[in-house]
Design a protein around this ligand. Sequence first.
Ligand code: GLV
Length: 359
Amino acid sequence: MTGRIAEMGPSAVTGRIVVTRRIPEAGMALLWAEPGVEVEVLEEAQDRGPHRDRLLEAVAAADVLLCLLTEVVDRELLSAGRGLRGVSQMAVGVDNVDVPAATELGIPVGHTPGLLTDTTADLAWALLMATARHIPQAHQYQVEGRYRIWGPELFTGADLSPGGSGRRKVLGIVGFGRIGQAVARRSVGFDMEVVAHDPRNRERVEEAPGVRWAGLDELLESSDFVSLHTPLTPETHHLIGERELRRMKPSAILVNTARGPVVDETALVRALEEGWIAGAGLDVYEEEPHMAAGLAHLPNVVLLPHIGSASGDTRGRMARMAAMNALAFLRGEAGPHTVNPQVYATLAYGRRQSDRRHG
Ligand code: GLV
C-alpha cells in the first residue's frame, strides 16, 4: 500500500477512511476506486453496529469517518479523532452528531440532502394510507385464513379523499422543508385541504400553492391527518406531547417519518389507548430500535423500522454522496454538502489541515 501511494502524483488522494458499517455498493465502489485510500469497514453486517470501544479506537487512526445515523458521534468520539478531517454521514438528519462540537474542533460534517425527499414523502403517504385503511392488519387477517365471508364492517377505516361526504379532509404538515413540501404536493390527487406549520419557513408555507399557514395548535385541532417532517433539534424535541395530542381530533391519525424524539412516545401510547386520537403510523422511535411499552400491542398502529429513504436507488445515491463528501474531506476540500460550512473559516480547521500536511 505504501509503495503504491509513493508512485502516485501529488494531487492523488491518500489517507484512511473508517466506514462504521458497510454502505451500499455504489458508495463503497467510489471509495475502493481510489488506490491511495485505505478503507476500513468496522461492521459488514446489516443488523448490528460496531462496539463503541472499537469505534473509539478506529477513529483515533482515521482521516475521515463515514458513518450512519445509528452511531453516536459525540464530543468524546470526535476528540478521539486527533487526525480527523471530516465526518461524512449517509443520512440527511445529523441529530446523532454533536455538530457544535465538531465545528469547535475544526471538523466538517457532511450529509446527504435532497436525494431522499421523494422516497421519504412516498413512505409518509404509504403509512398514512396503511394506517387509515388498516392495511397490515387486513393483510394479516387474510394470510392467516381468517377471511370466511365478506362483511360490511370488516376493517372499515377512514377516507383520505372527500368520498361521498363532500368534505375535503385536512392534512396538517408540521415542518415544511423539502420532505414536508413533497408530502403536500402528493395531496392534490386526494383533493385534500393542506395546512402547514413551520416557524422557520413561514414565507415558504405562505407562498406554496394550495397550502394554508396555521399555528401548531390550530393545525392540530383542525387536521384529520398530521404528518411530521421537522428535523430533531432542541426546539422540536417532544414537540408533540400530551398537551398537543389532546388537542387533536379523536378521529385523527398521526404519522411520523421524521425523528422519534419529536413525539413523546409514552404520551402517544396513552393517546392511542385512551382514544384521544384514532391511530398512528410510525417509522421512527424515541429510543431506536426500541419502542415505548405497549406501543407494539396496540391495534391502531402501523410500525416500520425506519425505512423512510429505503428504495434501492435512493440508498445507492445517498451512499455515493456520502462517499463523495468523504473523499472531498480527505483531499482537504470543502465537502459538497456540509452542515457546518462555517467550519472552513476556523483556525481549528486550518490547524487540522496543516497538521496533516506537515505531520
Ligand atoms: C434518514 O432518516 C435520514 O436522515 O437520512
